[in-house]
Design a protein around this ligand. Structure first.
Ligand code: ZN
Length: 208
């Protein structure tokens, strides 16, 4: 049986053998075309889709976390000298503020939780708490460009609506609590080491 069709305006006919060879060729060509497309996509700079501040500050200055991964909580601290500092969250922004007390930041921008677009942190609607795990803290804080979106988040995940000042103050407390816990851990570690040295000494064992 012959099959027929049009190719480049010319009527053609082919035998089942020719069609079978054509199908085999296609079945081999398609994966190759797919591979070529995949290679092309791989060679395209992933960077091209990243917001400028993530290109400039890919990692948080204070904890080293990937700001692309935390694009929804990231912040940019703008200093008066025109320089900016990229951080993963308001927790690390508070660290920058504390380190730069003599040259306090001019202003800060924060990612809108949903769109990941940077907005003025002072004008954003902040939500503290809720069921979504926080970034660098047990007390999550998220920013929203619009009040409606913030309230929708609270309805879905809990938390309370606060302003930037309250969010920042809570972050200072979180940083203090973090430093206090770290100090306590160090003290416990040191006293364990001292007790161990005393036990080893009283048993007459020479520590290796
Ligand atoms: Zn950080």
């Amino acid at each position: 049986m012959l099959e027929s069709g049009f190719f480049a305006g010319t009527r053609w006919q082919s035998s089942p053998d020719v069609l079978e060879r054509g199908r085999n060729l296609m079945s081999r060509a398609l994966p190759v075309a797919g591979l070529l497309l995949w290679l092309l996509l791989q060679s395209m700079p992933v960077f091209a889709h990243l917001p400028n501040d993530i290109k400039t500050h890919p990692a948080c200055k204070y904890c080293g976390m990937d700001r692309k991964h935390f694009a929804h909580s990231r912040m940019l601290v703008h200093h008066k000298n025109g320089q900016s500092v990229g951080v993963c969250s308001i927790f690390c922004a508070a660290k920058d503020y504390l380190r730069s007390l003599d040259h306090s930041p001019d202003w800060m921008s924060v990612a809108d939780y949903n769109s990941k677009k940077l907005v003025d942190a002072g004008k954003a609607y902040w939500v503290m708490g809720g069921s979504k795990p926080g970034v660098m803290t047990n007390r999550p804080k998220w920013a929203f460009e619009g009040k409606k979106e913030a309230l929708e988040f609270i309805k879905a995940h809990g938390g309370e609506l606060i302003d930037f000042g309250v969010a920042m103050q809570a972050s200072y407390e979180d940083v203090y609590e973090d430093m206090r816990a770290l100090k306590q851990l160090k003290q416990e570690h040191n006293s364990r080491m001292r007790r161990r040295a005393l036990i080893v000494g009283s048993a007459g064992i020479t520590p290796k």
